[in-house]
Write a protein that binds this ligand. Structure first.
Ligand code: PRP
Ligand code: URA
Length: 215
């Protein structure tokens, strides 16, 4: 399981050596976009597998070919909400673990000057509040995008929301602590800082561009 950060109690860090190995390959500027995308999905699946231990289940009768027995099923529908675009780069890895999850989308991009999120799309299941929601974005930089998306989910009545990212900055974590103090964040790393362009240092560059080969 991830380790709770000592400085940011809402943040859980995946120190698992397999995840850290893949993160290091993702950070490498020589990694091509196909490899980047596949490593990112692999990490997302590994993270989800551990996080999903917390999901509620209920006893459920099942007729095997031999007899009726009692098994267990997930109690509530799970919804993944990737922030477009880069969040899409983690979604297939999670769907590989739970194909029945619903997928809502929130489209945001950062204005290059102000660094503020500009919304352009939102499509969520109408009953999204009926189960756990995973907000997905590899990068938590200034926190503007994640904070905006979490507010959209809050306005849709969602109470059980957590964020899954790959790399967070201390600035982004603090912004989320201030705007959404109850929201738990899981990440593979809290990096050192943001640079003057709002990029995470050391980070991995522009996640969307590296996933989709639009560098
Ligand atoms: C990236 C990233 C986050 C956002 C993080 O998206 O995927 O959504 O930046 O930055 P923030 O914490 O400062 O808001 P970007 O705006 O580059 O859009 P894209 O995914 O479409 O490339
Ligand atoms: N968005 C990215 O894709 N990378 C960063 O480092 C910051 C924001």
């Amino acid at each position: 399981m991830p380790t709770q950060s000592t400085t940011h109690p809402n943040v859980w860090i995946f120190e698992h050596p397999v995840i850290q190995d893949k993160l290091t390959r993702i950070r490498d500027c020589e990694t091509d976009h196909a490899t980047f995308r596949s490593l990112l999905n692999e990490i997302a699946g590994l993270m989800f597998f551990q996080l999903s231990r917390q999901f509620k289940s209920v006893h459920s009768e099942v007729d095997t070919p031999i007899e009726t027995t009692v098994g267990s099923r997930l109690a509530d529908p799970i919804t993944l909400v990737p922030i477009l675009r880069a969040g899409v780069g983690m979604t297939d890895g999670i769907l590989g673990m739970i194909p029945e999850a619903r997928v809502g989308h929130i489209g945001l991009y950062r204005d290059e000057e102000t660094k503020k999120p500009i919304p352009y799309y939102c499509k969520l299941p109408s009953d999204i509040a009926n189960g756990p929601v995973l907000l997905i974005d590899p990068m938590l930089a200034t926190g503007g995008s994640a904070s905006y998306a979490a507010k959209v989910l809050q306005d849709h009545g969602c109470e059980d929301v957590q964020m899954v990212c790959l790399v967070a900055s201390p600035e982004g974590v603090r912004r989320m602590e201030k705007d959404h103090p109850k929201l738990k964040i899981s990440t593979a790393s809290i990096d050192r800082c943001l640079n003057e362009n709002g990029y995470i240092v050391p980070g991995l560059g522009d996640a969307g561009d590296r996933i989709f080969g639009t560098v």
